[in-house]
Design a protein around this ligand. Structure first.
Ligand code: G4P
Length: 199
């Protein structure tokens, strides 16, 4: 997605070979115009999937997830990482270990909002090792809902998550795929008409 790549190049900062800082439009301040276009792009890529729910994880997945849900005219559910005061019954949980943050969270969703008849689009801001997406897919599996696709804003394609999830048969659509990060340098994988061209 050209607009997103331009934004990453103009405002993103490669902090190391592993970490991209995008606080100005995705992880802290959010750019609503860009989020709206991201929502539209996800819907284009998952057209004809008869999606009934969008599922994401707090907190940075909520912006792009909500815009996709708005475009699809379906509800958004965000998995919680922390216990809620009011959400205590009928929780479906999964354990998600973050290799980036070196912490494990139990994520939860109420069984009131995802049912066996649902066709779920999973959305997240970053894809690294794929633990968050795997945890969300696990929650869908526990309730018998179908995961029709996984939409990612920024995939760090040099990490294993994208390949692993695609190998498992999931349709993973990433709007920007990063081939390599070096301090001060961001390189994308360019994809045109199915062909992958490295630049
Ligand atoms: P994984 O789900 O693909 O396995 O990713 P991982 O556990 O490594 O990522 C854990 C957290 O770190 C996630 O945020 C993810 O978005 C974030 N993250 C991973 N790599 C990067 C990166 O290069 N840049 C930035 N900015 N974030 C990265 P989170 O803990 O869920 O945070 P939030 O959603 O509350 O913001």
């Amino acid at each position: 997605m050209q607009l997103l790549k331009e934004k990453i190049l103009s405002e993103g900062q490669a902090l190391s070979k592993d970490i991209l800082k995008v606080d100005s439009f995705l992880n802290h301040q959010m750019d609503p115009v860009l989020m709206k276009e991201i929502g539209k792009e996800f819907v284009k890529r998952f057209a004809h999937k008869e999606i009934t729910k969008v599922l994401t994880i707090e907190s940075s997945g909520i912006g792009p997830g909500l815009m996709a849900a708005l475009e699809l005219d379906v509800p958004l559910i965000f998995a919680r990482k922390r216990k809620s005061l009011t959400l205590t019954e009928g929780l479906v949980t999964a354990s998600v270990h973050s290799f980036t943050k070196k912490e494990t969270n139990t994520i939860s969703v109420s069984d009131k909002y995802i049912k066996a008849r649902d066709k779920v689009l999973i959305i997240d801001d970053f894809l690294a090792v794929g633990q968050a997406a795997r945890g969300l897919a696990d929650i869908c599996k526990q309730v018998g809902a179908e995961v029709v696709g996984i939409g990612i804003v920024i995939e760090k394609a040099f990490q294993s998550g994208g390949k692993d999830l695609r190998d498992q048969g999931f349709q993973v659509e990433s709007l920007a795929r990063i081939k390599e990060l070096n301090v001060g340098q961001i390189t994308f994988i360019e994809e045109r008409e199915g062909a992958i061209v490295h630049v």
